[in-house]
Design a binder for this molecule. Structure first.
Ligand SMILES: Cc1cc2nc3c(=O)[nH]c(=O)nc-3n(C[C@H](O)[C@H](O)[C@H](O)COP(=O)(O)O)c2cc1C
Length: 318
């Protein structure tokens, strides 16, 4: 079946399925596996320590696939300047740059005259319009079901996606709560021309940096086992509920300032859970779709499953 859309043509990929930037998890193995399966894999720049480490990771992706891939920049979240990291992606001529987490204008400025596709992950209609004005080739729109950082207004994917589709003319990619062929087809029905998934890709064989504990929690957990933290900082983000997130919520209620929270929401606390598997000594991002994850397939198996299911749905509609 043909899955061509403006998104597949723009990114030169077979299926309009994008692997989201995944801080501390999206390295070359996952990115290459997704791109080899016909989607767009990504590596996440800002969770690498140095520009040279990013260069190495980009080269590793190229050793593992000859397909297009992206480099993701979550600006304003890791407390580090992105300019040198972006220089590396420009020098290495990566085909796609995605960005999120702050005002993307400086990134567009630095990419002026560079031959690269630019995608912005947004969580509100106004942000999508701004991205289009700045020159984005497409926007990804994440609804409130999603894992990691979200919009401030708690709008779900089902409402946000058609709203954005109606307000911009560039292609829209739906994100948040999608993990199977039904979600894929639902997104297309809403007017999106592709999907982005984050949580579902963590529970795959090629997401090798995710601890077994994290992956198993994604399988055992239900849709009730996530919670939004950091709301008091104006940066709401969805994580797996545990004692650590309960403590964060208490501190938010009591103090609600960065000083009181910083050790609890740090990258180190994130890594203790997601890399080291220390369940009660840190936190891990995940979306509500974890309630629908039941296994750890390879990325190729996951793609086969999603596209087969979507094709069955398409046939049943004719
Ligand atoms: C563990 C985790 C880390 C994430 N880190 C990033 C990131 O660094 N950059 C980014 O653009 N999005 C990041 N996101 C958001 C995802 O790219 C995607 O928008 C989101 O996961 C979609 O919702 P879903 O989890 O329901 O698929 C992250 C999400 C998760 C679950």
């Amino acid at each position: 079946m043909n899955w061509e859309s403006r998104v597949t043509k723009l990114l030169n990929i077979r299926y309009p399925i994008i692997q989201g930037g995944l801080a501390y998890l999206a390295y070359s193995d996952l990115a290459a596996a997704v791109s080899n399966a016909g989607g767009l894999g990504q590596i996440t720049a800002m969770s690498l320590e140095t520009p040279e480490m990013l260069r190495e990771e980009i080269r590793k992706v190229r050793q593992k696939t000859n397909q297009p891939f992206g480099v993701n920049y979550a600006i304003g979240q890791h407390g580090r300047a992105f300019e040198h990291m972006l220089d590396v992606a420009i020098e290495e001529e990566v085909p796609v740059i995605t960005m999120t987490g702050g005002n993307p204008a400086p990134i567009f400025e630095q990419l002026k005259g560079v031959n690269v596709k630019k995608l912005v992950l947004v969580a509100a209609r106004r942000q999508a319009e701004k991205a289009e004005e700045l020159g984005a080739d497409a926007v990804m729109v994440v609804g409130q079901e999603g894992g990691g950082h979200l919009g401030k207004h708690d709008i779900g994917t089902m409402v946000l996606v058609p709203q954005v589709v109606d307000s911009v003319s560039i292609p829209v990619i739906a994100s948040g709560g999608i993990g199977d062929g039904r979600g894929f087809m639902a997104a297309l029905s809403l007017g999106a021309e592709g999907i982005e998934m984050g949580t579902r890709f963590i529970a795959t064989k090629e997401c090798i940096h995710a601890s077994d504990l994290y992956k198993n929690r994604l399988i055992s957990g239900t849709e009730n086992d996530t919670v939004i933290i950091k709301r008091s900082l104006g940066a709401p983000a969805r994580a797996i509920t545990n004692q650590w997130t309960e403590k964060i919520l208490k501190l938010e209620e009591q103090y609600g300032d960065y000083e009181a929270l910083k050790d609890y929401i740090s990258g180190k606390a994130n890594l203790r859970y997601i890399h080291d598997g220390l369940e009660q000594e840190g936190f891990a991002w995940a979306g509500q779709v974890m309630g629908r994850i039941k296994d750890i397939p390879s990325v190729q198996e996951l793609f086969n499953r999603i596209t087969d299911e979507a094709e069955q749905i398409r046939k049943s509609w004719i």
